[in-house]
Design a protein around this ligand. Sequence first.
Ligand code: SAM
Length: 350
Amino acid sequence: MDKARIKSFVEHIFSDMAGAMTAGLGYVGVQTGLFSVMQGQGMMTLDRIVDASGLQPRYVEEWLKGMVCAGYLEYEPDRQTFELPDEHAFLLASDGTDHFAGAMFGMAPALLRVAPQVAESFRKGGGVHFDDYGDEGIEALDLINRGNYENRLVNYWLPTMPDVVANLESGGRVLDVGCGTGRAAMIMAAAFPESSFNGIDLNRESIDRAKVMASEKGIAGRSTFQVAAVEELESSPSYDLIMAFDCVHDFSNPVDTLIEIRKRLKPGGTFFVIEPRAADKLEDNKHAVGAMFYGYSVFHCMTQSLANGGPGLGTCMGPARTESLMREAGFSEFTQLDIKSQVNLFYAIG
Ligand SMILES: C[S@@+](CC[C@H](N)C(=O)[O-])C[C@H]1O[C@@H](n2cnc3c(N)ncnc32)[C@H](O)[C@@H]1O
């Protein structure tokens, strides 16, 4: 055995455990508002941070020290002051923007909570149902996606499909399959007042949230949300645009569901799919995002599909598998859209 390799690998393991704990500390920083309290304030004493946050001093002190060790905060030993650099605040205290990386921390508690059940599923099969991730899972997903949907969907992503935008402007019918809390459909409903939007999802809690949000935003008339599978909708080609954001890889019966989607798309209509960014070959996914996505897959995406007897396509399905599923379902056009993103792939299908 190579002793140097053992030594370097134990450092790797420490660093991974540090990452897991830092994700937990990051989650606390977002949830308690500590990152926001420190944003743009320069060097701060512990007392000032406690006063500004209204949080318990001993907890704040330990959190600050942990975040210094993790490299998130600067520390000045002589004055014992702490600073959140502007560049870090840009990513950690920026809820609502498309650069709010702090949103990702929510996935750690939401997913690792089910680690014992997932380990059991390795032995017995089955998995963890989507509904079992509860409110925390729904909120974590919503927080991760909403900044991008609010800032990029209408301004950047849709304009890569000029015909789709023209149709939405003149008044199209849109179906969002696996709509979750309905965030994407509602943003589009606000931007395209001539169009109507129907969101469906199998998760009741997500749909309840969507209905409340739609009525608060005053768009309930043009956007409806229902707990339903695609096959429960009228089987005629009635939609100009069908969207499936971050959910095709979750489907329990992917090809059958895609066939049902195709039947409801008007001739010349577009099926707009967003999937996690992953390469087709494992060796091309050997980086931080790849490792994170395989974790999401084992602790969520794959397992919730296997729990329903599905194939467990997983988070890292990749473009080749996506295209073959679409062709198997009878779609004849498949285009990967030229949209820059570190975490997503975009497809226009017809
Ligand atoms: C990762 S979430 C994405 C939610 C939302 N599209 C977003 O981007 O925030 C996947 C969603 O797909 C839903 N889902 C999975 N399979 C479905 C199916 N066959 N029909 C409808 N919804 C489905 C889940 O309930 C879940 O809300």
